[in-house]
Design a protein around this ligand. Structure first.
Ligand SMILES: Cc1ncc(COP(=O)(O)O)c(C=O)c1O
Length: 540
């Protein structure tokens, strides 16, 4: 390299013919005095290319990354545990390298990345991962993420992301149509359901507070109130807190025996707040609760919202994937009437984290809530032919091209494969329910909701006693940790009517019926061991 540039070669650690050791540019480059004179002294800076890897360097490093990823895919089914039993201190010690001043040799870096991936990680894409609601991660989606990062468009502004913005808007239109929302609805991709709930309630607050919240803040006006069932995801409460509505403004409406919002109780809560001088602004309907997959009566909620003039936000973070499919969409009647709707492709469209969609019936609501007048961004779309700037309609300014992994996954697999697999996840949940019903020491807790099955271990010889319920909670809680640390299957839990339940949620295209059988057998095996250790004498 004889052009005078400082080019780092990642595979030798050399810059030109010497090893990079960092350090500041020479004083002449920095300039030592202020003003015109010092500018005159400034030398023409030589190129600094240490960060500018060539295509060949990228290919060499990228091929190592590809090797790690494909080995992971090969080993996910049979070889790797879902998790390893490691403490935070052990993982920190093994993974958290100090940042060197000089480049780490590529071989050492790759060896460390292999250790991170194969020795110190857990695997949400493992067939035995059945916890929370965390998609397995599509393979084409992961490859698309590399392209998106490589391209590095900033999807905040059209001029910085022509293709990204057009693809994202095209994808949002497709989703909105499949949800049955009217032509003209629009949306964009954010980090997750937490953000979609925050945005939905922000729109509601701007529209229905009754004063200019953006101008005047929350100093004026009555207490605003928001309604959601007792089963709602905590991010709705947190959104209300962040928006200054406060926990004091969130009403947790009772549910029916299927854990769906009780519409009579909703009306009563709104009426009580109106009578008390509060100002109701929004109802959040769950299209698949986190605990049990219950779907609130969305049509009835939409009726209540139009009757009282409230914003209707649907949290479809989990159920949205199912609501898009022909076989299951009938379960979500009324979802098309949402003013705003959030759903997480990184849950039940299985795409890699992070990417959730917020869809809004009236795009003006986004303008009202988020538009800014940035003096440093001059726009004249008539002159330029450029398109929409999402930074104007969203709480984010810079944004990744997160839509690409969702779109590429849909293109690569085709929609039929999604419809089939999502329905299959529901079938597996039902099969697991049947296995639980048939086993003498396993108890199904409620019917399966979408792809969620709740159950618990109940030792056959456990006597009926006043302490039995408490003991079963303790036993099953301990059992959940044993299962999780066991490495074969990884369920989580739900609290159902105050009782601790084990919970399997399938948003994983690698899970099959053999994993359901294994979950049942491991629950009984580990449950019996724990019961022998934990059961108090008076329950023996
Ligand atoms: C119903 C529901 N809403 C919102 C969220 C939050 O979503 P995220 O983790 O994508 O922010 C979740 C997460 O599981 C959820 O189940």
């Amino acid at each position: 390299m004889d052009d005078g540039s400082r080019r780092f070669h990642p595979f030798t650690g050399l810059i030109g013919d010497r090893l990079l050791c960092g350090g500041l540019p020479p004083p002449a480059v920095l300039g030592s005095r202020r003003g015109k004179d010092s500018m005159a002294d400034t030398q023409r800076p030589a190129p600094v290319r240490a960060l500018d890897w060539s295509a060949a360097d990228a290919r060499a490093f990228g091929s190592h990354a590809l090797d790690i990823w494909t080995e992971l895919l090969d080993r996910l089914h049979d070889d790797l545990p879902v998790v390893r039993n490691r403490s935070a201190a052990e993982v920190h010690e093994a993974t958290a390298l100090e940042i060197p001043a000089a480049p780490m040799p590529i071989d050492s870096l790759v060896a460390h990345l292999r250790k991170v991936v194969f020795e110190e990680s857990m695997y949400p894409g493992h067939p035995g991962f059945l916890a929370y609601i965390s998609g397995a991660g599509t393979v084409p989606g992961a490859a698309a993420d590399l392209i998106a990062a490589g391209l590095n468009q900033n999807a905040g502004g059209w001029r910085l992301s022509p293709a990204a913005t057009e693809i994202e808007q095209h994808l949002m239109g497709w989703f909105a149509r499949r949800f049955g929302m009217p032509e003209g609805s629009m949306g964009y991709v954010v980090s997750g359901g937490a953000m979609t709930n925050l945005i939905g309630l922000t729109l509601a607050r701007t529209r229905h507070a009754g004063w200019d919240v953006r101008e005047e803040g929350m100093r004026v006006g009555p207490q605003l109130t928001v309604y959601a069932s007792t089963e709602v995801h905590d991010t709705v409460d947190r959104a209300a807190q962040m928006l200054g509505i406060g926990a004091a403004g969130v009403r947790h409406v009772e549910t029916d025996d299927r854990l769906r919002m009780d519409i009579g109780a909703l009306r009563a809560a709104i009426d009580a707040d109106l009578a008390a001088g509060h100002r109701p602004i929004a109802v959040v309907g769950a299209a698949g609760t986190t605990g049990t997959g219950a779907i609130d009566p969305l049509s009835d909620i939409a009726d209540v919202c139009s009757e009282y003039g409230l914003w209707f936000h649907v949290d479809a973070a989990y159920g949205g994937g199912a609501a898009l499919t022909d076989p299951l969409k009938h379960l979500f009647e009324g979802i098309d009437r949402a003013d705003s709707l959030g759903f997480d492709p990184h849950k039940w469209l299985y795409t890699p984290h992070a990417g959730a969609c917020v869809l809004v019936r009236d795009p003006d609501a986004l303008v009202e809530a988020f538009a800014v007048d940035a003096s440093y961004i001059v726009t004249d779309n008539d002159q330029t032919g450029w398109g929409i700037d999402i930074y104007e309609l969203s709480p984010q300014f810079s944004r990744p091209f997160a839509a690409l992994k969702i779109w590429v996954s849909l293109l690569a697999h085709g929609w039929d494969a999604y419809e089939e697999r999502i329905a299959h996840d529901v079938d597996l949940a039902r099969y697991l329910h049947r296995v639980m019903m048939e086993h003498p020491e396993l108890e199904a807790m409620g019917d399966p909701g979408l792809s969620i099955t709740c159950f618990r271990f109940v030792p056959e010889d456990l006597p009926n006693h006043i302490d039995t319920a408490g003991y079963l909670d303790l036993l099953n809680e301990r059992l959940m940790f044993s299962l999780q640390l066991g490495g074969k299957v990884f369920p989580s839990n739900a609290i159902i009517n105050g009782r601790f339940a084990l919970r399997s949620c399938i948003v994983n295209f690698r899970t099959e019926a053999d994993t359901m059988d294994q979950l049942a057998s491991e629950t009984v095996r580990l449950g019996s061991i724990l019961d022998a250790e934990l059961r108090p004498t008076h329950l023996r």
